[in-house]
Design a protein around this ligand. Structure first.
Ligand SMILES: C[S@@+](CC[C@H](N)C(=O)[O-])C[C@H]1O[C@@H](n2cnc3c(N)ncnc32)[C@H](O)[C@@H]1O
Length: 271
């Protein structure tokens, strides 16, 4: 913590001393939130000022005024992005399957005075299978590669996007994208070894000490999977970040709908 900050400075949720104690009690933090009054929740983050430096890349690509926009932040963590979007006027639902992070997010919402614009609920991404709600903007950042069934989740998420989606994933090195991957013969499979062929590496054990890092798609794979789920990449605001719009007529709509109907039957016990 920054020792030079006055210890009795007023904050959204109490004195600075109380804020320090709350930050300690609610830790460890993955998001370095810059709180009113100057405190930060993870000032020594190994990735730097995370995710503020990613937001600096993304922020200019999103509308300044999000009044009237309904936003879903999947894997919201401590809510950094949820708060930035709420500050632009959006109504934000942040979901995460980890109560530890949700507790941080709810506490931080009070510090920012954003309790009425943000809501944080414990939900897993697959639960979107039985949530008919659509959203103007969905953030699906930092979650895809943590999922055992990533394409299922992507199909579920894509169906809920009305205007924009921001996708971010850990990826494999390499920027190449092969444009024509259609209708290859069975004896032409060697082409799949080309760097630009859409690929996703499976991580059986763990990567960077995290056993939930299941997958690392390459850039071509990310763009192709998004397109296949009905989302066209419009911009790449930063490394591994993709701003997408839903296609009017998504490809494979019938196949996806049939697969998701089976999943929904499983979740809801009815067709
Ligand atoms: C790497 S962090 C990314 C946080 C944030 N979205 C970002 O980009 O900074 C992954 C977050 O997704 C959450 N998460 C992982 N799997 C999830 C799932 N199946 N459903 C909902 N949240 C999940 C984790 O608890 C964690 O908060």
């Amino acid at each position: 913590m920054d020792d030079e900050l006055p210890t009795l400075q007023a904050t959204g949720g109490g004195t600075a001393g109380e804020q320090d104690e709350d930050i300690r009690r609610l830790g460890p933090w993955f998001h370095n939130l810059h709180l009113p009054g100057g405190r930060q929740t993870a000032p020594n983050h190994p990735l730097g000022d995370f995710p503020a430096f990613k937001w600096a890349q993304l922020a200019p690509c999103l509308p300044e005024d999000l009044s009237g926009w309904r936003v879903l932040d999947i894997g919201c963590n401590a809510g950094f992005y949820s708060f930035e979007l709420a500050k632009r006027g959006a109504d934000v639902l942040g979901i995460d399957h980890d109560e530890h992070y949700l507790e941080q997010a709810r506490w931080a919402a009070r510090q920012f005075g954003l309790e009425t614009r943000t809501r944080f609920e414990r939900r897993g991404v697959y639960e979107l299978a039985h949530d008919p709600q659509t959203y103007d903007l969905i953030l699906f950042m930092g979650v895809f590669y943590h999922l055992r069934y990533p394409l299922l989740a992507l199909d579920l998420v894509a169906r809920r996007v009305k205007r924009l989606m921001v996708f971010q994933s850990l990826s494999m090195p390499g920027d190449a994208v092969m444009e024509d991957t259609d209708s290859k013969r069975i004896d032409e499979r060697k082409v799949m070894l080309e760097p630009g062929w859409p690929k996703m590496a499976f991580i059986e054990h763990q990567l960077a000490g995290d056993p939930t890092n299941w997958w690392a798609p390459n850039r071509a794979g990310i763009i192709a999977m998004l397109r296949s789920a009905g989302l066209l990449v419009e911009r790449e605001p930063g490394d591994e970040m993709f701003l997408c719009r839903p296609q009017a007529s998504p490809p494979h709509a019938e196949a996806v709908a049939a697969a998701l109907a089976e999943v929904q039957k499983g979740f809801c016990g009815k067709a």
